[in-house]
Design a protein around this ligand. Structure first.
Ligand SMILES: Nc1ncnc2c1ncn2[C@@H]1O[C@H](COP(=O)(O)OP(=O)(O)OP(=O)(O)O)[C@@H](O)[C@H]1O
Length: 320
């Protein structure tokens, strides 16, 4: 397999100083990315998802060379991004849904002319690419409009075109459909599918919208606390099953597994028992039932792990 993006035990540790008193400061390490390994083949479209603070942006920043890893080995198109950021820039395109790389006060076309010069795109290729983008992203009427006057959906299409004019081999998309209406989302997704099929562009997509993944990516990676917790087909996440929460109960003494409707004992350790129950259901009836019949000392509820959460989110999306 042609490994276009390769990470081997990549780490990123931030040192943060926190004020803990009038003159006291505490140093703390945040392990944003922790021994992360994966490869992406040329032409793959991969979803990269996880909860807030999971380490997604940090990964993308290392892949573009903005941040240097604290450890491990990272390559994009055979290039070490942190060492050869300028050379890599010609091979990658980046789109941030929350920020624009376009010139705010200038007509859209001026940002493209600048990219033409900056990336030294051959004239014929520039014209060809621009024409194709204008056609596919319906930018014709927008080229002479100052960027600040564009709607969010128009601006996003403008940004995506800007990221692709220099024929990058890989495209990083960070929330490309955030805030867009249904029609604009469909346009952006349709275009990305087209670009991937037509040019074989490798795409790494970060999103909180699982429909982006569903419609674009055959593979999804889930990151949590800087670690890869799932890598496979989206259907696999789906099949990860009905997610469950866990009620941990401490009884006065060791007892046989408790019997509670709509919950089942999954583990017993001395007087402590673990009960799984559907995540969508309140813990209150289970707790009330237990409290009435068993000598309870303490209890706590554990949320499902990220895979299960994402499986459930996906299941809900699929139904709605
Ligand atoms: N420059 C920094 N200095 C210190 N800590 C940082 C820095 N950048 C990120 N972090 C921390 O690293 C962790 C991972 O952050 P990151 O932005 O990569 O997460 P994310 O998955 O992109 O989250 P979100 O979905 O909210 O954008 C977080 O705990 C964050 O607070």
């Amino acid at each position: 397999m042609d490994e276009f993006i390769a990470l081997e035990r990549v780490e990123k540790v931030f040192e943060v100083r926190r004020r803990t008193g009038f003159l006291r400061r505490e140093r703390r390490e945040v392990r944003a990315v922790d021994s992360l390994s994966f490869t992406v083949a040329r032409g793959e479209m991969v979803g990269y998802i996880g909860p807030n603070g999971a380490g997604k942006s940090t990964t993308i920043k290392m892949l573009t060379g903005i941040l240097t890893p604290s450890g491990g080995r990272l390559r994009v198109a055979g290039i070490d991004p942190a060492r050869e950021r300028a050379r890599l820039a010609h091979r990658i395109g980046v789109v941030f849904g929350q920020r624009t790389t376009l010139w705010w006060d200038l007509p859209l076309i001026d940002s493209y002319r600048l990219a033409h010069r900056m990336y030294r795109i051959p004239d014929a290729r520039y014209r060809e690419n621009l024409d194709r983008m204008v056609e596919l992203l319906e930018l014709g009427d927008l080229l002479d409009v100052p960027v600040r006057q564009l709607s969010l959906g128009q601006r996003m299409r403008g940004d995506i075109a800007a990221a692709l004019l220099h024929d990058p081999d890989v495209l990083y998309l960070d929330e490309p459909t955030i805030g867009l209406d249904v029609v604009s989302k469909a346009k952006v997704r349709g275009f990305l599918r087209e670009v991937n099929a037509e040019r074989g562009t490798t795409v790494l997509l970060t999103t909180h919208d699982l429909q982006d993944i569903e419609q674009l990516c055959s593979r999804v990676m889930v990151i949590d606390h800087g670690r890869l917790v799932y890598d496979g087909r989206l259907a696999g996440l789906h099949e990860a099953g009905e997610s469950e929460r866990t009620l941990v109960v401490d009884l006065e003494r060791e007892l046989p597994p408790v019997e509670v409707p709509a919950a089942r004992v999954v583990r017993v350790e001395g007087p402590r028992q673990w009960l799984a129950f559907p995540a969508g259901q309140s813990a209150a009836p289970v707790v009330a039932y237990l409290a009435e019949r068993y000598p309870l000392v303490d209890l706590s509820v554990r949320e499902p792990d990220i895979e299960a959460v994402i499986a459930r989110m996906y299941a809900e999306k699929a139904v709605s």
